[in-house]
Design a protein around this ligand. Structure first.
Ligand code: UDX
Ligand code: ADP
Length: 463
């Protein structure tokens, strides 16, 4: 089947960048990204590409090149579904906040709504691709909805999980380690797989395109995220031991990372991992394991989350303890709010939880993040529902100038590893602060001896 029209439901962090790259690399395919959120679609269509709703290095250029040529953003979901041969589902699958599996299972209501809509609208055969990370065997549910509520047309369901990381989405999409496509073993299933392989082959080498059965593909995505998060929790567990024993976690990470069996990536100790994927996917994995009665498997993976929560709390406790056991009415400057550098995404960012702890201790938080607005910072705190929005507004203020954020502060906490922080005039910052001036480097990005020579009392993670 020659693919000429693709639609993607969900113009978020996954759908937007992925479809922009497909459109750029496949000028012969019309790619339409749809979303219910009118504001988001309007931002994707903003004349000034700098205003697209997602900040990813290099994305604006790709959007500028393809938009209006073969890349379209629209709220007309029905029309896009009707016209497309391949429909990607890229909607959000947050952790359930109600009912059975609350706090653990993935909430599939948005997926189900998409499936029902696809079934209702489709008048010709479609390939439906799961792009969102989903519990293993979700394809079965989608298929059942499509086949039972559809108009008698044929649907093939593929699983094609996205492995891009935020902040490097464009390079990850252009040069993926692998593309994974899971599909049915039937002849029709194999044809559908081939159609999607042909799309990716426009820029990805054949040997990097892996095809599997649907369940392996679905489970591989959860497994990959669980393994990556586990490495971070493992090194974070060692960080506390390093602090007690005089070892330096950066040196330990380097030493073990040179073992080619271990490898050097994802061994950076930090205030804790954030992002929309790791915690959600592990909780989901734990829930699935439990639902099959695999309690030891569930407990094993749950420990990765327990360690990560502990690491965030440990960081705020260290700040309070070091500031003579009280931060009440003290100004603490946060450098960074995003869950990692080069993104404006704040979902599950460690900064939110550290701020919440410190506001409980009546500290005044001053935030500077190069890409996150003050409005978003407040919304993130309000979302926790620890206290009223009015109280949050009193406890936290955002600044557009890092030097103003740090002025008169008792301490600085580095929460995100933005490169620009390294280039600051740290002497000037030191001089503007209360003394003694503390730095809690939750990302180990600043140079201890340089900071100490300026006069700061420096505390990194794991050293
Ligand atoms: C992750 C996976 O990497 C990606 O493949 C998947 O598709 C989605 O989930 P993402 O959440 O965007 O991507 O970012 P990632 O780079 O994995 O970082 C996640 C969190 O771990 C961040 O808070 C980051 O700061 C933290 N981290 C990462 C560490 O603390 N130490 C490390 O060594 C690496
Ligand atoms: P991700 O990080 O997985 O891309 P996001 O939350 O950034 O998640 O994006 C998911 C998008 O999917 C949101 O913009 C949301 O409005 C959209 N969405 C959810 N359900 C539907 C639906 N039924 N039809 C169209 N768009 C939807």
């Amino acid at each position: 089947m020659k693919i000429t029209k693709i639609c993607c439901i969900g113009a978020g962090y996954v759908g937007g960048p992925t479809m922009a790259v497909i459109a750029q690399k496949c000028p012969h395919i019309q790619v339409t990204v749809v979303d219910l959120n009118e504001e988001r679609i309007a931002a994707w269509n903003d004349e000034n590409v700098e205003n697209i709703p997602i900040y990813e290095p290099g994305l604006d250029k790709i959007v500028a090149e393809a938009r209006g040529r073969n890349l379209f953003f629209s709220t007309n979901v029905d029309q896009a579904i009707d016209e497309a041969q391949i429909i990607f589902i890229s909607v959000n699958t947050p952790t359930k906040t109600y009912g059975k599996g609350k706090g653990m299972a993935a909430d599939l209501k948005y997926i189900e709504l998409c499936a029902r809509q696809i079934a209702r609208v489709s008048k010709s055969d479609k390939i439906v691709v799961e792009k969102s990370t989903l519990p293993v065997r979700t394809a079965e549910a989608i298929k059942s909805i499509l086949d039972n509520t559809g108009n008698g047309v044929q649907f093939q369901i593929l699983s094609n999980p996205e492995f891009l990381a935020e902040g490097t989405a464009v390079t990850d999409l252009l040069n993926p380690d692998r593309i994974l496509i899971g599909g049915d073993s039937s002849e029709e299933g194999q044809k559908a797989i081939q159609a999607l392989v042909d799309v990716y082959s426009n820029w990805v080498a054949k040997d990097k395109i892996l095809t599997t059965n649907v369940w392996s593909s679905e489970l591989s995505k959860l497994t990959a995220n669980a393994f990556l998060a586990q490495r971070i929790s493992s090194i974070n567990a060692m960080s506390e031991l390093c602090e007690k024993t005089g070892a330096d976690v950066n040196e330990v990470a380097k030493a073990i990372g040179m073992d080619s069996r271990i490898g050097s990536k994802f061994l950076k100790s930090s205030v804790g991992f954030g992002g929309s994927c790791f915690q959600k996917d592990i909780l989901n994995l734990v829930y699935i394991a439990k639902s099959y009665g695999l309690n030891e498997v569930a407990d094993y993976w749950e420990q990765v989350i327990i360690m990560n929560d502990y690491q965030k709390r440990r960081f705020s406790n260290t700040i309070v303890k070091t500031l003579y056991n009280t931060v009440a009415d003290k100004k603490i400057a946060f450098l960074g709010w995003a869950f990692k550098k080069d993104t404006n995404d704040t979902r599950e960012s460690a900064a939110i939880y550290v701020a919440d702890d410190l506001i409980n201790e009546q500290a005044n938080i001053a935030v500077y993040d190069p890409k996150v607005s003050g409005k978003k910072v407040l919304a993130d705190l309000d979302y926790l529902e620890t206290r009223s929005s009015e109280k949050n507004k009193k406890g936290i203020v955002s600044f557009e100038d890092p030097y103003l954020a740090c002025k008169d502060a008792h301490a600085i906490a580095v929460l995100t590893e933005w490169d620009e922080f390294k280039g600051y005039d740290w002497k000037r910052i030191y001089e503007s602060m209360q003394k003694p001036a503390f730095i809690f480097d939750g990302r180990n990005i600043l140079n201890r001896s340089e900071m100490e020579s300026i006069g700061f009392i420096y505390q990194g993670i794991g050293s």
